[in-house]
Design a protein around this ligand. Structure first.
Ligand SMILES: [Mg+2]
Length: 254
């Protein structure tokens, strides 16, 4: 391996936690009472509407407006009449979302392993260039990343094979030299494998950690070295053993 490509949302960046905290704080501002059901609706709407931006049916701002049209009626809250008003309204949520941006605790250690392996490090995300780069800056990981590729910057999205191939090209590596890690089986694993990369699925609900999925090259060398050479003086024969051996050998010669 010469490079690793990470997905961003729910892989390095805790999107679900950040968004959940934001929605829980936002709902009371809209006169509602936060509940697990409303939170589940927020994410269900996001899952339904966001792909319409990926598919080119809506602009990035347009998918935000569409989410308001679906979510606010659940609170009996009127959707602002004009698009500028809707954008200003959505900014209230975004402010809370940004205030809660956070990396998973294993994100920086994983990036540091990749760097200590002397690997190139890329991000491939189905997101907007400005927002995804801002996330990396705010959560303090931007300095460990060589290349950030987004739906906007590439003009294609996962699982289009070109998304992985172009990210590899930006990193200056071939797909065969590249490991992809992400939380979405279809987008981060199966799509990457179809494009010729090695891929590993980060299943956080099953307890996976990024650091478990990332081989540590120098540790492997260290372990190999341990197998090949004695670790302590006790592993070497003592002078007494060497002498006894010579004695035995001498007797056998007789
Ligand atoms: Mg993801």
């Amino acid at each position: 391996m010469k490079a690793v490509i990470f997905d961003l949302d729910n892989t390095l960046f805790d999107h679900t936690g950040s968004a959940a905290a934001a929605v829980q704080a936002w709902i009371p501002q809209l006169g509602g009472t936060p509940s697990d059901a409303l939170l589940a609706e927020w994410f269900a709407i996001e899952d339904r509407v966001y792909p319409r931006w990926i598919a080119g049916e809506l602009t990035h701002q347009g998918q935000r407006r569409a989410r308001l049209h679906e979510f606010l009626p659940l609170l009996d809250y009127p959707v602002p009449a004009t698009e500028p008003e809707q954008d200003e309204f959505f900014a209230g949520y975004l402010e809370l979302y940004k205030a809660n941006w956070s990396a998973y605790p294993d994100a920086r250690p994983a990036l540091e392993v990749a760097r200590s392996n002397d690997w190139r490090v890329g991000i491939l995300t189905n997101g907007s260039t400005v927002q995804q780069n801002a996330k990396l800056e705010v959560i303090g990981l931007a300095d460990l990343v060589d290349v950030v590729c987004t739906t906007e910057s590439l003009g294609v999205s996962k699982p289009d094979p070109q998304s992985y191939l172009r990210t590899c090209a930006h990193l200056g590596v071939t797909p065969a030299e590249t490991l992809m890690i992400g939380d979405n089986l279809d987008l981060d694993v199966l799509g990457a494998q179809a494009a010729g990369l090695t891929a590993r699925h980060l299943n956080r609900p099953a307890g996976h950690l990024l650091t478990d999925l990332l081989p540590r090259v120098w540790q492997q060398y260290d372990e190999l070295a341990d197998d090949l050479s004695p670790r302590t003086d006790e592993d070497w024969p003592t002078d007494r053993e060497l002498i006894d051996h010579e004695v035995v050998a001498t007797e056998e010669d007789k």
